[in-house]
Write a protein that binds this ligand. Sequence first.
Ligand code: PLP
Length: 344
Amino acid sequence: MILPFEKQYKERYYQLLDEVFESNFWSDGKMTRAFEEKFGEFTDLHACAVTSGGAGLLSILEYVDVRGREVIVPANTFWATAQAAKKAGAKVVYADCNRDDLCMSYADMVSKVTPDTKAVILVHIGGHIAFEIDKIAAYCKTHKIALIEDCAHAHGAEWNGKMAGSYGLAGSYSFYATKTMPLGEGGMVVSQDKELIAWMKKFRNYGKEVINGNVVTYPMKQGFNYRISEFTAALGIAQLEHLSVILEWKRNLAQKFDQIFDNRVRFPKGMKSGYYKYIVFDENLSEETGKVFNYTDFGNEIEGIKLDLPNSYWVAEHHKCAPIYYGWDKAGLSTEEIKKYLKG
Ligand SMILES: Cc1ncc(COP(=O)(O)O)c(C=O)c1O
């Protein structure tokens, strides 16, 4: 995999780095504020930058306080999702997915709810919004269960103009090196709830906050260090300015793929995927980028628990990903040429 970062974005980054050096703040300063503000504008949510997507999930779970309670997570996702709940002291309950969107099944989630359920973490697998998000969000609201959105794959994902992270209590984006908006490392907690984000900004800094250059300390038992550096924030600003180019590039390639693949994830009306992945079923491809997850990645498998999750195991076996990473060298070919290249 390659990580293209064109000259003008490098120049923008270097210009922002100069500002960091001039500011004399290398952490929790103006650049972090500006990155949060810009990401907040992009998602139309309030935002708090953190060290990783996993740290973002853990922070939200600490806010909800899931210790000793149950948290429902999908089995078919990266271990980070379940692990965040375990680190926050919860008992993890694994739910099955749907075959059409690979995301958590509403029916299976509801069947797993008990009086002990405190939160549900929904993962927007592959770069689109979970198709059953509205039903899941409504259920969680009625039953006073905190809905947390794992947006690690979902940069740019929107459904009828609503972005990932705006359906539940809060969402966590990852900026890990392989993600649609890579910074190497980093994460962003987003929420409609201004108070939650204000809490988060203290939590990520041991209960401290820098206000107008002065450190203010609040009594906060849970606080820890999930700050990002000003250098990462500067890269975040440059990369966020780059994101529309990345998304357009991926969406153009996806339009070609749509004409090539019948057996693929099909989106409902109004859905715009960020195309972290382009997911197909049972295709033979000359080049592929593997799977979003193998069954051996499932949280229950890692914990050594055998569970009846038929759709998750089916999907793990039958899906794979066509190459849609930014910069794929065949993307400029015609649809016919790509078809010939990928399908022979
Ligand atoms: C679904 C999912 N959730 C959470 C994470 C964790 O993000 P990070 O590596 O930034 O902690 C990842 C990937 O790394 C992921 O794929």
